[in-house]
Design a protein around this ligand. Structure first.
Ligand code: GLU
Length: 482
């Protein structure tokens, strides 16, 4: 069997992390089996669907590296297909016109509630006579189309994640609406369950992989497959992503869309790696860092959990750090340049390339998220620095002014300064001034950077020297002490 899977987002919001994680699992499964991964945009809800959301979804999937083989296929361009399928169901007596008004349905549900019953449609228009129908039409009522669901049906499937699943027809809420009412007596807009099944049949989807919030839909959809005489695909319902309190991750948890994670400075590699681990673990469960391709080789549903997957920010941060620390300097620099530009730092990406690369290399080890680099590197983008109070103290302690003066004087001889030169100079001054190396390093850092902590001092110094800023800083520090 050829594996054909799909991700079918509705463009009613930005690409959600839950949808993206489902996309990851579909992609991994397709690649593992050498199958096809299809992208379908479920935009039949015309009032809530927006082109900018479609764009956000496409951009997000591309950024994550989840390339698709077919699509994007838009449901809004396929309405005829759904109409035809609905008409066939009507012709075969498997669906019917229902004229119930909203008010009647509300009243029906209220009565069920009073009897402590679960709300459901009571199938009241299943067997209308032609006369009854004509009377409703004459009243100006416009019908929806309902698909018959028999209460005594039992629906069983073998879920690839959850094992044997059994649903009773009576738990599906009565005959379900598959098409909305239409003013001109045609078949109205298709509803989710109908459109999905028509498309999954048409696109020969072999495995439907989606969130466990769709389990009840699956039971309904299996009935539609049968009604349309089609082969029922395999189903895999993936666990939900939970917040730190163990509840379903929602808008209230703040960051939930992929573009927001991107803006926060997470790398695409860390995001997909992390999402893969949200519900799946590789056979060697100590392995936490892998590419999509590596995960695809090992992916299978036997290692997907049934239980919800808790979102763990600390783990995502850790993974992101790992990817940033391992990123080649030129690649990382390309990602930092726009952030520095946005922060208003002045530099020329071309002519400053040498020290920009050195700076990137110095910062790399300390980054958890990309924007961390902005604050950390501030002092490399200005001639003079603001001293923190602690730094001010350090350049004034006994012995420090003489040390700084010695560096200032000696540096006059250096046109270029390598890390080795800088180390040598430190040794020389330590000896000449007869002070502890600790004092030297502390006062030097405070003078050069205006701070008491920061990236590697020698490397930072080399960069400042390349920029022609190190003597200037020492001069500035000496002026402060006077
Ligand atoms: N449009 C549905 C959603 O975004 C698709 C669900 C499915 O995969 O069938 O939840």
């Amino acid at each position: 069997m050829t594996v054909r899977v799909r991700i079918a987002p509705s463009p009613t919001g930005n690409l959600h992390i839950g949808t993206a994680r489902t996309a990851v699992f579909n992609w991994l499964f397709a690649r593992h089996h050498g199958g096809k991964f299809i992208l379908r945009i479920e935009d039949t809800d015309l009032t809530r669907s927006r082109p900018e959301y479609t764009q956000n979804i496409l951009d997000g999937l591309s950024w994550l590296g989840l390339d698709w083989d077919e699509g994007p296929i838009f449901q809004s361009k396929r309405l005829e297909l759904y109409e035809r399928a609905t008409q066939t169901l009507l012709d075969n007596g498997l669906a019917y016109l229902c004229y119930s008004t909203e008010a009647e349905l509300d009243e029906m549900r209220a009565a069920q509630k009073a009897r402590k019953q679960a709300p459901r449609y009571d199938n009241r228009h299943r067997n209308l006579t032609p006369e009854q129908r004509a009377a409703f039409e004459a009243e100006g009522r416009r019908p929806v189309i309902r698909f018959k669901i028999d209460d005594d049906r039992e629906i069983v499937w073998n879920d690839l994640v959850r094992g044997k699943m059994t649903w009773k027809g009576s738990d599906l809420g009565g005959d379900m609406v598959i098409a909305r009412a239409s003013e001109d007596n045609a078949i109205g807009q298709p509803l989710y369950n109908l459109a999905v099944v028509v498309d999954d049949i048409d696109m020969q989807i072999s495995h439907v992989i989606r969130g466990e919030d769709h389990i009840a839909n699956t039971a309904k959809q299996i009935l539609l497959y049968e009604a349309m005489g089609a082969t029922v695909p395999e189903f895999a319902h993936t666990p939900l992503i939970l917040n730190t309190e163990g509840r379903k991750l929602s808008k209230r948890d703040g960051v939930t869309s992929i573009s927001e994670f991107q803006q926060l400075g997470y790398t695409s590699e860390a995001m997909v790696n992390y999402m893969t681990l949200l519900g799946w673990s590789p056979p060697d469960s100590t392995q936490e860092i892998f590419t999509l391709d590596e995960a695809a080789k090992q992916f299978g549903f036997e290692r997907v959990n049934k239980a919800g997957a808790k979102f763990d920010w600390a783990k995502l941060d850790w993974l992101n750090g790992q990817y940033l620390h391992a990123k080649p300097v030129p690649e990382l620099l390309e990602q930092l340049i726009p952030l520095w530009q946005e922060a208003g730092y002045e530099f020329d990406p071309a002519s400053d390339r040498v020290w920009l690369e050195l700076l990137t290399d110095v910062l790399r080890e300390s980054l958890t998220r990309l924007p961390d680099a902005v604050d950390m590197s501030k002092m490399f983008f200005t001639d003079l620095v603001d001293f923190t109070d602690e730094a001010r103290e350090r350049i004034a302690v006994e012995g420090a002014p003489a040390v700084l003066q010695a560096f200032y004087d000696q540096l006059g001889d250096y046109e270029q300064l390598s890390a080795d030169d800088a180390q040598q100079l430190v040794k020389q001054v330590t000896k000449a001034q007869n002070v502890k190396k600790g004092l030297i390093m502390r006062s030097l850092r405070a003078a050069l950077t205006g701070d008491v902590n920061g990236p590697d001092l020698i490397q930072s110094w080399v960069i400042l020297h390349l920029q022609g800023r190190d003597r200037l800083r020492l001069q500035q520090a000496l002026n402060q002490i006077k």
